[in-house]
Design a protein around this ligand. Structure first.
Ligand code: PEP
Length: 255
């Protein structure tokens, strides 16, 4: 049995404006009653705005990426210390769009996750296979190749049996496509991830780690997905841009 609290996280990607962001967060605040955790991830320039808008509210906010370096000559990058100055408590790392368009390796993702943890910021580490890899029967090996470097790097920072790390299983073929993994397909991979965590870190840490599902989650399919035993909430892309849809997904997570 688990006592993992569900987390519904909205990845806005490269969308938004000052006006649109305000309307969006004000629209979801009534649903954030603490029964489930709720977070939104905005583009870097809007972190200050969300810090102001969400002060004292029940919604956390964060960034969609961070640098693998602490400071220095890395033009265009943003450090974890900078994120913290804006009150960021969570950061997405290893999203498939970063892996695909910015050639981020699993070792870089592991380094970012580890730097986040060391600085008190919770990384949401994204993993997932492409359709070709699924069809070639490579789901387990792909997940292992993405997860194992993260566990190896981040397990150094387990303290008192706790690590601040969330995993998001996001099959690449389901992201932004309108095609969702069936609840059974998702559960199968989530269970595999948890077994891997257990083998490398032990039962207690494996059972306390939240594993989110991401890939075309909508208000209409969220409840069925979130009902699975190893699915602890969702990382939501497109539907996170509508306060009605995101609110519906939060309600589905509340059960
Ligand atoms: C995502 O980008 O993390 C995602 C899950 O997107 P969507 O919900 O649009 O598939």
């Amino acid at each position: 049995m688990t006592n993992r609290k569900k987390l519904v996280a909205g990845n806005w990607k490269m969308n938004g404006s000052l006006d649109a962001n305000e309307a969006l967060v004000l629209g979801i605040l009534p649903e954030a009653d603490g029964a489930v955790d709720v977070s939104v991830f905005c583009p870097f320039p809007y972190l200050g705005q969300l810090q102001r808008l969400l002060k004292g509210a029940g919604v956390q906010f964060g960034a969609q990426d961070m640098s693998a370096h602490l400071s220095g000559a890395y033009t265009g990058e943003v450090s974890v210390a900078m994120l913290k100055e804006f009150g960021v408590s969570q950061v997405i790392v290893g999203h498939s769009e970063r892996r695909t368009y910015h050639a981020e390796s699993s070792d870089i993702v592991a380094k970012k996750a580890s730097l986040a943890i060391q600085n008190g910021v919770t990384p949401i580490v994204c993993l997932g296979e492409t359709l070709g890899q699924r069809e070639a029967g490579q789901v387990e090996s792909v997940i292992a190749s993405q997860l194992d470097p993260v566990i190896a790097e981040c397990s150094k920072f387990v303290s008192d049996g706790v690590w601040n790390l969330v995993i998001a299983y996001e099959p690449v073929w389901a992201i932004g496509t309108g095609v969702t993994a069936s609840p059974e397909q998702a559960q199968e991979v989530h269970a595999m991830i948890r077994q891997r965590l257990q083998a490398m870190l032990g039962e207690a840490l494996a059972q306390s780690t939240r594993i989110l599902y991401g890939g075309s989650v909508k208000p209409g399919n969220a409840a069925e997905i979130f009902a699975k035993v190893d699915i602890d909430g969702g990382l939501i892309g497109g539907a996170a841009l509508s306060s009605d849809d995101f609110s519906g997904i939060i309600r589905a997570a509340r059960g």
